[in-house]
Design a protein around this ligand. Sequence first.
Ligand code: ADP
Length: 221
Amino acid sequence: MEELLVAADIVKNYGAYQALRGVSLTLHAGRMAAVMGPSGCGKSTLLLILGLLQKPDGGTYTGLGRDLLSLDAREQALFRRQFFGFILQSCAVFSYSTVEENVEFPLMYSGVPRKERLARVRELLESVNLAGKAQARSNLLSGGEQQRVAIARALIGNPRVLLADEPTGQLDGENTKKLMAHFRRVCDNLAVGIIIVTHDPQVADYCDTVYQLRDGRAIVA
Ligand code: ADP
C-alpha cells in the first residue's frame, strides 16, 4: 500500500509549553488511523500540523514522498487543497443551505462547469446515502445526516487524505456505527487514507491503527 503521509518526531511548543514532544505517525492509502488521548494531550494540534494549518517546531513530514515542511506558504496551500479533505468541528454544514449546495460549495470557484459539479455532488450524495435529501435544508437533517453531508463535502475535491476531528462527537451509538461504515467504504473504494481524532473506543475499533497520545508522544495501541 502506498505511503500517503509520514510524520516523524514532530515537536510543537506553545511558548515554554511542549504540546508535542516527538510524535511519529504513518498513513497508508486505504487505511484509517485513530488518534486518541485525554483532553489537552495535543490531538487537535497534531491534526492541524498534519493538515498544514500549523507549523511544527521540529520533526520531518512528507506527503507522497514530498518534503512538506520545506514548501513555502503558497505551495503548502496548493498541496492542502489538492491533497486534504477536512471534517473539522468548527466547520459544520451551512444550516440554511440545501444539502446539494453544501456539498457543491468547495467547487463553486474552482472553474468546474456547473453540470459537472452537480453530477459529482449527486454521485457523492449517493455514496453517503443522501441522494434523496439533495434539496433538503441542512438544518432539518439529523446529526448523523449532517455529518454525512460534511463527509461528502470533504470528498468533493478528490482528496487523498481525510482529516476528521471528533466526527462522531454529537452522534449516538447507532449513528456512530453508520458513519464509521461510511468512512470504511470511502477508504476501501477510493483508497483514501483517513485520520480520525476521537475519544470513542467504538470509533477506534473501526480503525487499522490506533495512536494514543501520552506525554506529547504517540504510542501505537
Ligand atoms: P486536544 O485536542 O488533545 O484536547 P490540543 O491540541 O487542543 O489538545 O491542545 C494541547 C495543549 O496545547 C493544551 O494544553 C492546550 O491548552 C495547548 N494549546 C493548544 N493550542 C494552543 C495555543 N494556540 N496557544 C497556547 N496553547 C495552546
